[in-house]
Design a protein around this ligand. Structure first.
Ligand code: 2M8
Length: 503
């Protein structure tokens, strides 16, 4: 493992962000009470030896962002409830308090649309009006859709990758270590959430896949969760963008440099797409599908749905759902895996998104290309091909990397930018997804190396939103909830004292 303290081969240029915005993201973090508080990057950190302190700090981040029944994605940059963030947060909370973890998901699902859609943001009515844009006002017209849930709170009419069933099952697994009473509460929770999960997956398999391809269509980059990934460059470039008017960029107040966030040109396109969606008969799915200029079969979302359907099958047995449900869900999984197989690019050794409007695959090398690994049940040949790509200089084997953690975009790709959000930085949640998938694929040694390297990064740098893959510098928001949550899940197998965390 090269991370941290190795000389690495990455760029040694001056930090373009230093001194801006009054924050010093490059600083070493200090974990309160941590045995390594006085160490420097040149010293090694054993995240496992330091597990109790790291776990306490992760729990502190989740408490800091706790809003009662749900958790802010980040203290300032993201003051609302985000859909897939909440799922990851529930995975982390499961190791602190299984009932609170269950509540995180139930709060989100309380605002599910009649179509089954789980909104990408449930807006916090108490967030200051100038804290996030586009906020509830911008989305309020979505509430007039006959399919929208009662408002306030307002919801956006986009969605995000469906990690929720995976989280619900994680809560059940954690409850089984927490005693009889927790087990019975968790079983009751699964019974309550199951119909919502089933209708969420049904929504994705129907409204978002009228072709029956097994692949989920997104109609906005925000729907992918990987907003400014170069995956979306060509389809965004092809848009004829209309007037969007002046708008605020509150997000830029909360990061060290604007270069860490999407550009204004990207925001113009995001807002133009939102306008079109709102004009489509108040966010009517069929109208969007007919008229929208941005329609992409997203392989990462589709793969997460396959894995989530596997979790849902298990939940359906636990809650005694009818056999018909299991037949339906297993059909969805088979269709999803077939769809992903059809997106395989032999030359790149990755799976590619498909642009429905341009009628062509999007040939960009990003972590989304590992989608078949996340979907699981691979042939040995396909698994080997994916692992070769993962280890290659295109991803973890790139000689400039601070450590073998996958950059969100391959440094070999033209769209790669090491400090810009989803265009290159390494993301702890993505590392968690890959780790979890490697464990499921039986690649235990490789998974363990990934887990340790990722934890080591968090122990040294803190619970950042994303990290420069060359320098390891923390970027975006600090105290990001889902980062703390995945750390807790990674640590759960270690010496993590539960009582210590909860206090
Ligand atoms: C980021 O997305 C939001 C828009 O949804 C933003 O940039 O304002 C993405 O990283 C997304 O995946 C994540 O769910 C959200 C909150 O962490 O932030």
């Amino acid at each position: 493992m090269k991370y941290p303290g190795s000389s690495g081969g990455g760029p040694k240029t001056d930090d373009p962000d230093s001194g801006k915005g009054g924050r010093s993201h490059g600083d070493e973090r200090s974990l309160v009470g941590s045995p390594r508080a006085n160490k420097t990057t040149s010293q090694r950190h054993d995240p496992i030896e330091e597990a109790p302190a790291l776990g306490r700090e992760a729990a502190r981040v989740l408490r800091l962002n706790d809003m009662g029944g749900w958790t802010k994605a980040a203290p300032e940059l993201y003051p609302h409830q985000w859909s897939w963030d909440s799922a990851f947060i529930a995975i982390g909370l499961a190791h602190l308090d299984t009932r609170r973890a269950a509540r995180e998901l139930e709060t989100l699902f309380a605002h599910q649309w009649r179509t089954g859609k789980v909104s990408h943001i449930v807006f916090n009515p108490d967030a200051p009006p100038e804290s996030y844009f586009p906020g509830p006002d911008h989305w309020s017209c979505a509430a007039s859709s006959p399919d929208a849930p009662p408002a306030p709170p307002y919801t956006s009419c986009l969605s995000q990758p469906p990690v929720h069933a995976i989280a619900a099952l994680r809560i059940w697994e954690a409850a089984r270590f927490a005693g009889e009473e927790e087990v019975s509460c968790a079983r009751a929770f699964l019974g309550r959430i199951y119909p919502g999960l089933l209708s969420w997956h049904r929504y994705l398999m129907t409204y978002r896949d009228p072709e029956g391809s097994g692949l989920v269509t997104i109609y906005h980059p925000w729907g992918s969760g990987t907003d400014n990934s170069p995956r979306w460059d060509a389809p965004l470039e092809a848009l004829a963008v209309g007037e969007v008017g002046p708008y605020p960029r509150y997000d830029l107040r909360h990061v060290g440099s604007p270069s860490q966030r999407p550009t204004n040109a990207e925001y113009d396109r995001y807002l133009w797409l939102v306008d079109l969606i709102k004009r489509a008969h108040r966010c009517d799915e069929a109208t969007i599908y007919e008229s929208h200029p941005f329609l992409i079969k997203d392989v990462l979302t589709s793969a997460i749905l396959v894995a989530a359907n596997e979790a849902l099958t298990e939940i359906s047995s636990l809650v005694g759902a009818p056999e018909d449900d299991r037949v339906l869900i297993s059909g969805w999984m088979a269709r999803g895996r077939r769809g992903l197989e059809g997106c395989w690019d032999r030359e790149l050794g990755l799976c590619l998104d498909y642009d429905l409007r341009a009628e062509e695959p999007i040939r960009v090398r990003t972590v989304a290309g590992f989608a078949p690994l996340i979907a699981g049940c691979l042939s040995r040949a396909r698994l080997d091909a994916l692992l070769r790509t993962l280890d290659s200089p295109e991803f973890c084997g790139h000689r400039g990397l601070r450590g073998p953690l996958p950059p969100s975009t391959s440094p070999e790709d033209l769209g790669f930018r090491p400090r810009s959000y989803w265009r290159g930085p390494t993301w702890p949640v993505v590392n968690w997804l890959l780790w979890w998938s490697l464990v499921r694929a039986g690649e235990v040694g490789r998974a363990e190396r990934l887990r340790r390297t990722a934890l080591e990064q968090l122990a040294v740098r803190g619970f950042g939103e994303y990290f420069d893959p060359f320098t390891g510098q923390l970027l975006g928001s600090d105290a990001q909830s889902w980062t703390a949550a995945v750390a807790l899940d990674w640590l759960a197998g270690e010496t993590l004292p539960k009582a210590g965390l909860a206090s």
